[in-house]
Design a protein. Structure first.
Lengths: 178, 260
């Protein structure tokens, strides 16, 4: 059995992204370099044979994903899960946490200028954030951070992939103003 | 208020006071580093006035910002004499501008996240399922009658008011312990308030409570509270020997309760 085929099987069967180290365990004596080479071969094969799925790097591992051009097709089926939408408040809160983690609720609310209790609950429920520790302040407040699911959801390989906050032009208005 | 105010806005569409401020600044092409505070404050207050009474929750957030704006406006009209150790001429708007810039960056970052979400939502992974929301904790169900009854109980409990005596006569936890044990010999079940002797004096309550905990730790009593906020019961356990007083022990040195 070819290592590429084993990797293909593992990617198909796994619900989570798999790391190179995970995949190396599929074959005795396989190194991560072997895995990387096998993955490259698999990718090339998918590209040349016009497959509907592709191997993407996400959340510190690799994962099979459908190609974007199939999205309208898949939307016709009820059994394909609909990607959950996030409210503007949830996205904003998530951005605060992603860039300032670990961060307490009070600190998040200071940055946003509004209460965030319900939004935090939603993000926790959707496993996009989690409690990563306790702060030093009064009552040892929970500190929040993003999860692997967050990376997967937004297609980041790691938190280093987040575009630097300083790079955002604060005056590029979202409502087309400036 | 004229009906054709070009900056009339519905607060509902804003994430919060910072979002509203940014909107006012952007739509008027204002330089963030030189905000005309008087004008912006006026527009902000006009928007807040239109908040429906039902939006009390959110009103607080907007009112807090309104207060900040009014304070900055006042400081700009009447600059405080600069204390000698402070750098001269700190613009009272600085802190607010820094908050606005930081918030605007976060907004931009949130939009970038939304774009990524839209792009990656087009690419399905294997059989991934949106985690189901955990069930919310059951809401507290209470009739008005129950709420009123609870309030009445609270009021009754506060009377007579907690007396405060500046005298620092300490209450000994150990003495309370002995008194408690004697009382429990007479009767095996006591309501905590009856044991506290002066249930409206904090130090007596605290000392008695500590004594109860100590007895519970030694296995002499059980403490029971059948319903939340209900009466606390002190129940004697079937123990063969009475409490033996071991005399002063090092850790007993602090076991006096004084008024704070």
């Amino acid at each position: 059995m070819d290592l590429s085929r084993k990797i293909e099987a593992a990617l198909f069967a796994s619900l989570e992204p798999l790391t190179l180290a995970d995949l190396a365990r599929l074959e005795d004596g396989a190194t991560e370099a072997d895995v990387a080479a096998a993955l490259a071969a698999l990718r090339a094969e998918y590209a040349t044979t016009g497959r509907a799925v592709d191997i993407v790097e996400v959340a510190g591992g690799v994962q099979l994903r459908t190609r974007p051009e199939f999205a309208p097709v898949l939307a016709r089926l009820d059994t394909v899960p609909e990607p959950g939408r996030l409210s503007a408040a949830a996205l904003e809160t998530l951005a605060v946490i992603a860039y300032h983690q670990p961060i307490s609720r009070a600190q998040i609310e200071a940055i946003r200028g509004v209460g965030c209790g319900a939004v935090l609950r939603t993000l926790l429920d959707r496993e996009l954030i989690t409690v990563v520790g306790r702060g030093d302040g009064v009552g040892r407040p929970s500190l929040y951070g993003t999860t692997t699911r967050f990376l997967e959801h937004f297609g980041f390989r790691s938190l280093d992939d987040l575009p630097p906050l300083e790079g955002f032009d604060a005056w590029a208005s979202g409502d087309g103003g400036a | 208020m004229d009906g054709r105010d070009p900056f009339a806005v519905e607060l509902e569409q804003f994430q919060g006071p910072l979002d509203l401020l940014l909107h006012l600044i952007r739509t008027q092409g204002i330089d963030i580093f030189d905000i005309p505070i008087a004008r912006i404050t006026e527009q902000f207050l006009r928007a807040v006035e239109r908040l429906p009474p039902s939006a009390l929750d959110r009103a607080g957030e907007f009112l807090e910002m309104a207060a900040t704006l009014v304070r900055i406006k006042a400081q700009m009209l009447f600059p405080r004499p600069t204390p000698p150790d402070e750098e001269a001429g700190v613009d009272p708007r600085t802190a607010l501008v820094e908050r606005l810039v930081a918030y605007a960056r976060i907004q931009a970052a949130a939009r970038a996240l939304a774009d990524r979400h839209d792009a990656w939502a087009q690419r399905w992974p294997r059989g991934w399922r949106e985690p189901r929301p955990r069930r919310a904790p059951p809401p507290v169900v209470a009739t008005w009658a129950e709420v009123v009854a609870a309030a009445a109980k609270l009021v009754a409990r506060r009377r007579p008011p907690l007396t405060y005596r500046p005298s620092a006569r300490p209450v000994s936890v150990r003495a309370r312990l002995r008194a408690l044990w004697r009382a429990l010999q007479r009767r095996p079940r006591w309501r905590f308030e009856r044991l506290a002797r002066h249930p409206h004096e904090r130090r007596w309550v605290i000392a008695t409570f500590l004594a109860c905990l100590e007895l519970a730790k030694r296995g002499r009593v059980r403490l029971r509270q059948l319903v939340p906020f209900g009466p606390l019961w002190v129940l004697r356990r079937r123990a063969p020997a009475p409490v033996v007083d071991h005399g002063p022990q090092p850790e007993d040195r602090s076991s006096f309760v004084r008024e704070p």
